[in-house]
Ligand binder design. Structure first.
Ligand SMILES: [Zn+2]
Length: 458
């Protein structure tokens, strides 16, 4: 098919015509509390996956729940013609818990107010998944020469522990020419963003046990060791909490520094330090220069203390010396840091500073870096500009999507992120929402993207 004959003409009418259906399907999905973190929600995970299989079959795809030793992965295939190139679309249908007290309404009751859709999972990531689904139906019905596969995961919010198992199990069927991921956030409503990198994660705990029970500081203090104090000292040796700079030797060795061009791209994302502070309710930051802030949240590693457990936590002061303390720590990693290597560095460093402290590995996600130039990035740029009337900024995400590294390793094809979530959508936060503006624009963006990439690799 010639480029010019790709049917984008009826697209506006199509998008308007599917609004009711989109809202009904989103409501159905949102009202199944597919919380992957909560083992009691197992039946809901299965129910959600069954419904997703139905949705895929309804647009003519072959679909199944692929069992793993964890949650299933919903896998769909819509092979129109073996000669066409194939795109695999990744989304996830599991959600974060929703127990924050700030929820104004029931998080698992879908609520529609004009163009706004509320409920846990609306923006992360059920809304974008459905948006892509409706775009695929249009593309197939209108002869865009492309085959489609769907990877709808049910364990993204817990780090995708069994996604690789799924990829291995379906080794042959998952083959594709490229992957489209829709699970990311723009930096600002007024400026679309295409991320091409993700930070990784290494989580671990530090524990120190110096006794068996609480001791009295009057009778033992002075001679007794204090595990909380020793952990604090150790943490201060690991990093400078005022600047964030990690002091563990070798920690930065493999960091690929962001180029001047990349920093310029980040600055073009519509980011404002003031809005960033307001959105997260910060009173102050480590630094306020926008380029510095963006670099540190997108392209630099971190060291973070999430909690210290131990000792007395009631009102006033109780003069105990605790027997045990635990610090919960993670580092966000950037390309090309290797989590295993970093864990080794941390363990050796801790051993050298305080050999009684035990380091326990908790979680690993590898960082990812794709491309912001080339035919797929160009297709993404054109698709966003077509749908939203603005050129996207190419950025990196500070967070992690565990499945992406697996996709990269197992498929070795271009991965493009066309996310639709906005900062005000309450991603991982109370009162999560999505909106018709992003859904309708998203459908157009995906259709245009499909028509663009259908011209490639043939
Ligand atoms: Zn997500």
């Amino acid at each position: 098919m010639e480029k010019s004959s790709i049917p984008l003409k009826g697209l506006d009418a199509y998008v308007r015509s599917v609004r009711r259906e989109f809202e009904e399907k989103l409501a159905e999905l949102v009202e199944i509390p597919t919380i992957s973190m909560d083992p009691d929600r197992q039946p809901d995970i299965e129910r959600g996956a069954d419904l997703a299989v139905e949705y895929l079959k309804a647009i003519g795809a072959q679909a199944e729940k692929v069992q793993t030793s964890g949650n299933p992965v919903v896998f769909g295939q819509l092979i129109v013609d073996r000669r066409y190139p194939t795109v695999a679309i990744y989304n996830h249908l599991d959600v974060q818990p929703a127990n924050e007290p700030e929820w104004v309404r029931e998080p698992f009751t879908f609520f529609k107010h004009d163009d706004r859709y509320e409920g846990r999972g609306t923006t992360d990531d059920k809304g974008p998944a459905l948006t892509a689904l409706m775009a695929v139906r249009y593309a197939v019905d209108n002869g865009i020469p492309l085959n489609f596969k769907f990877f709808w995961e049910m364990e993204e919010e817990i780090g995708s522990p069994h996604f690789e198992q799924f990829m291995k199990k379906k080794r042959r069927e998952v083959k594709t020419d490229s992957v489209l991921v829709s699970d990311t956030i723009w930096i600002s409503r007024t400026k679309p963003a295409i991320p091409y990198g993700l930070r990784g994660l290494l989580g671990f705990t530090l524990t120190l046990e110096t006794g068996k029970k609480d001791a009295h500081s009057g009778t033992t203090g002075g001679a007794a060791r204090n595990p909380i104090g020793e952990l604090c000292q150790l943490i201060a040796q690991c990093y400078d909490a005022r600047t964030g700079r990690v002091k563990i030797p070798g920690f930065y060795r493999d960091v690929k520094r962001a180029s001047a061009e990349e920093i310029q791209n980040y600055l073009a994302s519509g980011f404002s330090v003031r809005r960033f502070m307001r959105a997260h309710e910060f009173k102050s930051l480590r630094f306020t220069d926008p380029a510095r802030v963006l670099k540190s949240i997108m392209a630099e590693p971190t060291f973070e203390v999430h909690g210290i457990v131990g000792g007395y936590v009631g009102p006033g002061v109780k003069t105990v010396i605790p027997p045990r303390a635990e610090a919960k720590i993670s580092t966000r990693l950037v390309p090309h840091q290797d989590p295993d290597k970093i864990f080794q560095l941390v363990r050796d460093f801790v051993r050298s500073k305080n050999p009684d402290v035990k380091v326990t590995h908790e979680a690993t996600l590898r960082p990812y870096l794709g491309e912001f130039t080339g035919p797929y990035a160009d297709a993404g740029r054109r698709a966003v500009t077509f749908a939203f009337g603005k050129e996207p900024a190419f950025t990196r995400e500070g967070g992690s999507i565990g499945a992406i590294v697996t996709l990269e390793e197992r498929l070795g094809v271009p991965i493009v992120f066309l996310g639709l979530s906005l900062p005000e959508h309450g991603y991982h936060a109370p009162n999560e929402n999505y909106d018709w503006g992003q859904a309708s624009g998203g459908m157009k963006m995906f259709v245009k993207y499909f028509s663009e990439i259908a011209q490639l690799n043939r």
